[in-house]
Design a protein around this ligand. Sequence first.
Ligand code: HEM
Length: 261
Amino acid sequence: MQTANTRRAAFARSQTVSEGPSTTPTHCQQSILRRGSKSNRSRSRGRNGGLSISSLTFSQRQALVASWRNIRPTANSVMRKIFLELEIACPKVKDLFYKAALVDAFNNEGNTAATLDEHVKMMVKLFDELVNTIDDEEQCTSQMKQVGCVHAMLSRSCGFSAEIWERLGEVAIERICAHEGVIKSREAARAWRTLIACSVDEMRSGFEGEARVFSSRMLVVPETSEKSSSTDALEMNEGEGSELSQRLQQLRIDFGQTYQM
Ligand code: HEM
């Protein structure tokens, strides 16, 4: 299980840009801020030292809800473009989705694997939830973090790295802010930059925290029990692997319940 210290450290990392003027934005937030307008950059840092859900103004929240309503009819296509661009930016992502598609093709148990198509739907649901609960920072943060956590197994078995979350953030900001439902409102664009930067930061924080737990547990798993992928790891039913499987399954259940998958 994740220790209180690890959780605190992960939480502290996720707060890096919201604690005050002296804190340093993470790489993701730095690159996202670089993409913002000059005035937006200085405003984001000047007001509270960085980005956080609570830094969204009332008018930005309104703009977020209104612009999501504009994006929603074409949201599937927007999310698909984001994942396709991510595949180009990170070949590892292409490998992972290719593998998921293979698992899906050979799966005769009726469960859908985490393919690109499924991810498109999950992204739309995630933004539905985030926009609907934008006034509840704790709830938003926990949803974002859970997404990161469910990918932790992939860090060891498939080389999923924190950089993938960063690239996802950059591509998502570019795509969403270029959408005609957002481009006409400066407040909407600012709000989306903040929401996506925070999401990616929390996803990465959840991912890194959970990945550390998995790798420390794996150190004590006998070599013969090692599995090559997170999907395989779920098949481990005994010994230390069982604890890992249960933890991953619990994360999936939690996520599934949140999004009623
Ligand atoms: C950044 C690029 C991403 C890649 C390459 C990726 C890839 C994957 C892969 C390969 C799995 C299967 C893991 C396993 O078998 O244990 C998975 C699971 C999952 N992913 Fe992603 N993912 C990405 C981003 C996201 C995002 C943004 C979301 C949320 C909207 C998400 C939600 C999920 C969920 C909920 C699961 C677990 C599904 C299940 O129960 O099988 N992923 N992802």
